[in-house]
Design a protein around this ligand. Structure first.
Ligand SMILES: Cc1cc2nc3c(=O)[nH]c(=O)nc-3n(C[C@H](O)[C@H](O)[C@H](O)COP(=O)(O)O)c2cc1C
Length: 345
């Protein structure tokens, strides 16, 4: 299970995407970015309003994480294009022996990206949310990957999952009576108080269109705070934040930076974090529905007595004459058998 489905629509506020995605990543969240076609225009192309012109350094770091497959990016047409790449099901492959009877209709299955995405993420974060996508969400239009998965998002009952909406639009659009009506309607769909839908209101500033007023995307810190509130993780709160620069780059560049985004130590920490998260997920899934409600954060794999015996016999260790004033530290988190073995000796 991944954490955040970050749906980006075609608002100029998308220039803040690298800063947001990097900050969420730094705090330990796993992210999948889903772009509408208009968002792709800001993300992929070089022009005065493009992401890579606004924040070349952040864009480079983000793309590096995308290349490593740490952050995934899904595009508007991936639904259909992905399907063309998938191998045909065995029943329709010409090389397999012909079936004497066609398979029953219930056996037919094919991957559906928007359903997979909706099922494998904990939080829906629509940021920036354009006026157009907002209208689609409220009316239920499902014309691309993002709007399809929003349409299929669990909003009610015990399996409901939370959502955060961060609209960003021109002042006239934001203050239009439709906006409030639409946001209120959307929020009303989320009927499980444990999985609410919250709006992160835009802020007032000089907008890209040259007028000053409400409608600019909320500050990244405020969006991240909202994420942490709705989706606290054991990792998010303990990890100090290394805030990426939110300052726009002055030097437009079309080339993503080739500078490594992480030190080896950070890479190691990220790799360990990933393993811990996977174990946490599988352990948690394993105890779902258990009467105790306990969640095992990491499986315990105790060292066998034979291994302990062997290690304690090693020259280096046997040279140590453990006495009553000595302190032995067990840096593991198991059942303490190393400590008891040493103490017994
Ligand atoms: C330069 C530029 C900036 C735009 N900024 C915004 C914006 O901040 N908010 C918004 O709602 N629409 C904005 N639009 C209009 C949307 O891109 C347009 O409505 C588009 O159809 C949105 O599609 P989507 O919701 O599928 O992403 C902008 C368009 C352009 C060309």
């Amino acid at each position: 299970m991944r954490d955040i489905l970050l749906g980006c629509s075609g608002s100029i506020g998308i220039v803040k995407l690298p800063a947001l995605a990097l900050e969420l990543h730094e705090r330990g969240y796993t992210i999948t970015i889903v772009l509408t076609e208009a968002a792709e225009f800001f993300f992929d192309k070089d022009h005065a309003g493009s992401v890579r012109v606004y924040d070349a350094e952040g864009f480079g770091k983000l793309m590096q994480l995308v290349e490593e497959d740490t952050i995934k990016v899904v595009r508007a047409k991936d639904e259909w294009n992905d399907l063309l790449q998938k191998p045909l099901s065995p029943s329709s492959q010409p090389t397999t022996p012909p079936l004497t009877t066609p398979p029953p209709a219930t056996q037919f299955s094919c991957p559906v990206l928007h359903i997979t995405l909706r099922s494998t993420h904990r939080l829906l974060l629509l940021c920036p949310l354009s006026a157009n996508t907002l209208a689609k969400v409220v009316t239920g239009l499902a014309t691309d990957t993002l709007s399809c998965l929003v349409r299929a998002w669990q909003v009610a009952g015990p399996t409901a999952k939370p959502a955060l909406l961060a609209p960003a639009m021109n002042t006239e659009m934001w203050t239009h009576p439709l906006t409030e009506r639409q946001l209120t309607t959307i929020k009303s769909f989320w009927s499980n108080p444990n999985a609410p839908c919250k709006v992160i209101a835009p802020v007032s500033k000089m907008l890209a269109c040259g007028t000053r007023g409400m409608g600019a995307l909320a500050h990244i810190e405020s969006i991240v705070d909202n994420v942490e509130e709705v989706l606290p993780t054991p990792w998010a709160s303990t990890k100090p934040s290394t805030k990426p620069s939110t300052k726009p780059s002055t030097k437009p560049s079309i080339k993503p930076s080739t500078k490594p985004s992480k030190t080896p130590r950070q890479s190691m920490a990220a790799a360990l974090l990933k393993v811990a998260r996977e174990r946490f997920d599988s352990a948690k899934d394993g105890v779902t529905g258990s009467a105790s409600g306990a969640v095992l954060a990491a499986p315990i794999s105790p060292s066998s007595d034979a291994i302990i015996e062997r290690v304690l016999q090693l020259k280096e260790l046997t040279k140590l004459e453990l006495g009553s004033g000595d302190v032995a530290f067990d840096l593991g988190a198991g059942d303490g058998r190393w400590l008891t073995s040493i103490a017994t000796r």
